[in-house]
Design a protein around this ligand. Structure first.
Ligand SMILES: [Zn+2]
Ligand SMILES: [Zn+2]
Length: 192
């Protein structure tokens, strides 16, 4: 339910969603969105869906899931971590590990490269179905890696909501800031 106020006086008789309200509200009006009793807000709802979707992921090193909505909260696309169609899964055939070294610091990290990341799968599904992602909102359990972040910028996403932070998330956040993408990590303390 959306309540509209001018000062402390409630404006009644207006119907429609957020966009409609924004268009017709008098200048200076304050909009308060009440969570409806007994119903999760959209963010909670989408994060719950992500937990269910992630059960289909096939790489135990990061069972992430992602979904993309428009600003009316319609789901445009979704994806989870998995191999390309018809290819072996990590969970049955083992990971394919790539070790990379930072030439500046000498630090080495190992990444499984068998799978397509959840965000990449969601973007690929949108491309397959001919769905534009311009001005969309992306929800993900795990904050995007830098590779996914670049794709997210490039396909026109304007907001990214992650449940958990990624331990190497600094590059992603810096890129999002520079690209004017609004980002939020819901549970910043827990890290992967
Ligand atoms: Zn793997
Ligand atoms: Zn990624």
């Amino acid at each position: 339910m959306v309540k509209m106020f001018v000062g402390d006086k409630e404006v009644k008789g207006m119907k429609g969603g957020w966009t409609l309200v924004q268009e017709f509200l008098p200048v200076g009006a304050i909009v308060i969105k009440d969570p409806e009793p007994g119903r999760p807000c959209w963010e909670e709802y989408f994060v719950d869906l992500l937990h269910t979707m992630s059960k289909r992921a096939t790489c135990s090193r990061g069972s992430n899931a992602c979904l993309i909505t428009n600003q009316d909260n319609d789901i445009l696309s979704f994806g989870y971590v998995g191999s390309p169609h018809g290819q072996p899964h990590c969970d049955t055939d083992g990971h394919v590990i790539l070790r990379i070294r930072n030439l500046d610091t000498g630090e080495e990290r190992e990444h499984c490269i068998r799978t397509i990341h959840a965000e990449q799968n969601a973007i690929a599904l949108a491309a397959k179905r001919g769905v534009a992602l311009k001005d969309s909102i992306l929800y993900t359990l795990l904050e995007p890696c830098y590779y996914c972040a670049k794709l997210i910028v490039q396909c026109g996403v304007i907001k990214v909501i992650s449940k958990f932070p990624y331990k190497e998330g600094n590059l992603t956040r810096e890129l999002f800031d520079k690209s004017s993408i609004v980002w939020k990590v819901i549970e910043m303390k827990k890290s992967y």
